[in-house]
Design a protein around this ligand. Structure first.
Ligand code: GLU
Length: 520
């Protein structure tokens, strides 16, 4: 495949355009997601292949979902996978700041332009009024859509409400759906899917600026993509329905559109969208569980099928093992990944395949390299050091260390029923409690105090004792009835792996129950 490595890109129609600039724009709302690394990798490869820039922008304007440790985790885990950005909050660049919370003044200024040119308006409806409107629409079997009176206020009415000090949001004025061709809908080109049209009857008057003066995703995203000179917006398919709003914004500002590429979503084997209920989705998990970054990168690169595969002829003439054709490096991706090959079918995030790949990479390491890999992950000094104090008072010889701590180093621990089932509880009750425990722990900070509070919160409603709850949790974590201090052990084992262990336990019990039901 010939590559265009010049500083100007080719827009596939042969027309030279501005140097390519691609970006990812994760929101720091929790653990870094494998989907962020997948989209990040595609953007990185896209920019590299075209001699362009890859930008990392942090979209942190939703203060209700903001998690303070998340940003650093995003940087660390994307670097772990092997991504390098040319511009970003931590590396700087000519179009910063790259953190949206530091750009709020900019969004307010741009929103004023939209108010001035009539593309946006102040909406004075209260949350209660909007709620009542939404309920009435649902009752009438209509799709909920803003239809408040402020949209049609005369300038005098709007000025009056403003002077009265009424709080307001600023909304995009989506042209009415019944105003005829060219106005009734928005059409844009998706580079993978072709033209996509949205009827304006289905496009809501999006809030652009909230009453607290913070922008919504839509306004901030478009303003930044423009100001940061982004030429190609490569993001997940779930953003397609936002794109008509973005296109309307670009037009309202009189700006040139970027190219849009909506990538197929990662899916579970059953084709549902990947979610933490079925598989771990946090990059932290994969790192802590001992996946190699090069295997993870390779696996993510396989998603979507953009890698050019060897031809039948190459396979025969070079005696290639077709399965091994799936093994490639970042450099191979720069050379052979072809965006026009991407298939929209929905790539399957198949853990069996990921483990197979990881095994292939492990086998290719020398014994020294493998030792080094163990010592920086599952046998790192930090990890071992945090385990030692938990068992100091329980050992009579150093040789017992392994017996007491095996569960910290195991990938899977499946407690037998006599170990996890409290005496007075049925299996159904126990599993129901386990499911609630999973939800409570998932939502909680990973400190002993927070876990303790979360578990105690569950007890009363369920009528369980601390002893019963701890017995179950201890069994799931360690496979045994006795262990080092439980919550301290969970803290050291880490949230991502602990949650995964609990989830695997629940899934395994479900399977056993289903099998037992079938054999009845
Ligand atoms: N902040 C959005 C996210 O969390 C960015 C989506 C986009 O790329 O436009 O994924």
């Amino acid at each position: 495949m010939s590559l265009d490595l010049s500083s100007t890109s080719n827009d596939f129609t042969g027309k030279a355009t501005a140097p390519v600039r691609a970006r990812i724009a994760p929101s720091p709302t929790g653990d870094p997601h494998v989907g962020t690394a997948y989209i990040g990798l595609l953007n990185y490869v896209f920019a590299q292949q075209r001699g362009g820039a890859f930008v990392l922008r942090i979209e942190d304007t939703d203060r209700t979902r903001f998690v303070s440790t998340s940003e650093q985790m995003i940087f660390d885990s994307l670097r772990w996978v092997g991504l390098q950005w040319n511009e970003g909050p931590d590396v700087g660049g000519p179009y910063g700041p790259y953190r949206q919370s530091e750009r709020t003044e900019i969004y307010r200024e741009y929103c004023q332009i939209l108010l001035d040119n009539g593309s946006a308006y102040r909406a004075f409806e209260t949350a209660e009024e909007l709620d009542a409107e939404r309920k009435a629409q649902m009752a009438a079997k209509q799709a909920p859509k803003y239809a408040g009176p402020s949209r049609n206020y005369t300038p005098e009415q709007a000025a009056e409400a403003l002077a009265a000090g009424k709080p307001y949001t600023i909304r995009l004025k989506v042209p009415d759906g019944d105003k005829g061709p060219g106005i009734a809908s928005t059409t844009f080109t998706d580079e993978l899917r072709g033209e996509i049209t949205f009827d304006h009857n289905n496009v809501d008057d999006q809030v652009l600026l909230k009453s607290d003066g913070f922008p919504t995703y839509h306004l901030a995203n478009v303003v930044d993509d423009h100001l940061m000179r982004i030429t190609d917006v490569i993001r997940a398919e779930e953003w397609i329905s936002s794109t008509p709003k973005h296109v309307l914004l670009y037009r309202a500002f009189g700006w040139e559109l970027p190219r849009f590429w909506h990538m197929p979503l990662l899916r579970n084997i059953d084709k549902s969208k990947i979610s933490k209920r079925k598989n771990p989705v946090s990059l932290i998990y994969y790192r802590q569980a001992g996946f190699l970054p090069q295997a993870m990168l390779n696996f993510l690169g396989l998603m979507g099928g953009g890698m050019a595969q060897p031809t039948e002829q190459e396979i025969v003439s070079q005696g290639l093992d077709t399965k091994l054709a799936d093994l490639f490096s970042l450099a191979d991706m720069f050379e052979r990944f072809d965006f026009k090959r991407i298939s929209l079918g929905g790539p399957v995030f198949d853990l069996v395949k990921l483990k197979w790949l990881n095994g292939e990479y492990l086998r290719r390491l020398s014994a020294d390299e493998l030792f080094a890999a163990l010592r920086t992950t599952v046998l790192s000094d930090d990890y071992l050091r945090s385990i030692v104090p938990l068992v100091q008072t329980r050992m009579e010889t150093l040789g017992q260390f392994g017996d007491l701590t095996g569960f910290f180093f195991a990938d899977d621990v499946m407690p037998p029923m006599d170990v996890f089932l409290p005496k007075k509880r049925t299996l159904e009750e126990t599993m129901e409690f386990a499911v609630n425990m999973l939800a409570a722990l998932e939502a909680c900070d990973w400190t002993v105090e927070a876990m303790d509070a979360a578990l105690r919160g569950l007890l009363e409603a369920a009528g369980w004792s601390v002893k019963e709850a701890f017995m179950l949790l201890r069994a799931v974590l360690t496979g045994r009835t006795a262990s080092p201090p439980l919550l301290e052990s969970l803290e050291v084992f880490g949230k991502a792996r602990s949650i995964d262990r609990l989830r695997r336990f629940i899934e395994a019990q479900k399977k056993i129950a289903a099998l037992a039901g079938r054999n009845k």
